[in-house]
Ligand binder design. Structure first.
Ligand SMILES: Cc1ncc(COP(=O)(O)O)c(C=O)c1O
Length: 380
């Protein structure tokens, strides 16, 4: 049976070029990068080269890049360490952030360290900038954590605008950029954002590796106790092949961004048209307008039906991998805090289709065809 992968927001396949870059780190360069002998030094050089690559692509300096185990650790660290380092008393976030942010925020609130405020959202998941402004105005020593693109519905927030607002009120700004890293260009000289993050597996790199950018104007403490790795901030022997792979993947993503963006946006538009033309009552969650939406993500909202719970399962047995919510609930319909957060109709079924550079028009057409079959005779 044909298998189609439309869950690229959960993770992406490894690019063979990235694998080639990682291979020597797995088989030949096995020294510990903290060792001062030649075996260690050659591996250290690779890590520092990877850091330089990431920094140059983001238009920042290598000393601002800290490698982590992924997006979750980077998000946790940015928030927890900022609150501690700057004795922040107020945390502003939104109800549709990834759990890596939400649970961190809720924990800090439960520990009595911060007052937590949720910025209002519209029905498509955009933040209310006026409300954010009043939250900032009414509370000093604030931290703002607002994602660039939502991972379930794709709606983009204007992080440049949020950054300027944070600057005005002297607030610390973290943005969960996991879904846009490698898909949009981030220029950190221009962007007023203290902390952004990336996860290698979202842009055809390896899993289990990511990074946190800490703006040089902000100092945070150690986040993993142990050795002196990551300039004394994160103890533990580095994920050397992961780091080398992540840097290579980001390099490729930046190199090919324009053509991939065009290709993937084309697939998304094709899917929108295919669904609109073939499934009555179809709607979409989030802002689907080009330029206002993450081009890799499309959240389709199917009309209420008693078999809705089976939709993902039926797609799966027809060879199509999609998702009902975030990466953590791929393949399972566990209910989505994002759809709840934008007050989507709970009777309807939201399915996230997410596209990558290896996705094809044939796969999109086949998926629409199968959906029509699955929903038949209700919609045919
Ligand atoms: C928006 C967002 N933030 C954070 C994460 C967590 O990243 P990781 O799985 O690399 O820890 C994800 C993963 O799906 C995500 O989509």
């Amino acid at each position: 049976m044909k298998r189609i992968y439309l869950d690229n927001a959960a993770t992406t396949p490894l690019d063979p070029e990235v694998f080639e870059a990682m291979k020597p780190m797995m088989l030949e360069m096995y020294g510990n990068p903290s060792s001062t002998h030649a075996h260690g030094r050659e591996v250290r050089t690779k890590i520092e080269r990877a850091r330089k690559t990431v920094a140059e692509l983001l238009n920042t300096t290598p000393s601002e890049i800290f490698f982590t185990s992924g997006g979750t650790e980077a998000d946790n660290t940015a928030i927890t360490c900022s609150v501690e380092a700057y004795d922040l008393k107020h945390l502003i976030t939104s109800k549709i952030e990834h759990k890596a942010v939400l649970q961190t925020a809720e924990k800090l609130e439960a520990q009595g360290k911060v007052k937590l405020s949720f910025v209002d959202l519209d029905h498509q998941g955009h933040i209310d900038y006026d409300h954010l402004n009043s939250l900032l105005k009414d509370n000093s020593r604030s931290m703002v954590s607002i994602m660039h693109a939502n991972n379930e519905i794709g709606t983009l927030n204007d992080i440049a605008r949020i950054g300027e607002m944070c600057k005005e009120y002297d607030a610390v700004f973290h943005s969960d950029t996991v879904q846009t890293m490698g898909h949009f260009k981030h220029d950190l000289q221009a962007l007023a954002c203290h902390f952004i993050v990336g996860a290698g597996h979202k842009f055809n790199g390896p899993k289990g590796v990511g990074f946190l950018r800490v703006c040089k104007s902000k100092k945070i403490g150690r986040f993993v106790e142990g050795g002196g790795q990551e300039r004394n901030h994160r103890g533990g022997t580095e994920n050397v092949y992961g780091i080398v792979g992540l840097a290579k993947a980001l390099e490729i993503a930046y190199r090919d961004m324009e053509s991939h963006q065009k290709h993937i946006q084309g697939l998304k538009t094709r899917m929108i048209e295919g669904l609109k033309n073939n499934i009555s009552g179809i709607e979409f969650n989030g802002d689907i307008r080009e330029g206002h939406s993450l081009y890799t993500v499309l959240n389709a909202s199917f009309p209420a039906h008693e078999d809705n719970d089976m939709l993902l399962f039926n797609l799966d047995i027809n060879g199509i991998s999609a998702s009902g919510g975030s990466a953590c609930s791929s393949g399972a319909n566990t209910g989505s805090h994002v759809l709840t957060g934008i007050k989507a109709d709970p009777e309807r079924q939201g399915i996230r289709f997410s596209f990558g550079k290896y996705s094809t028009a044939d796969e999109v057409d086949y998926t629409v065809e199968k959906l029509v079959e699955i929903l038949n005779p209700v919609h045919a």
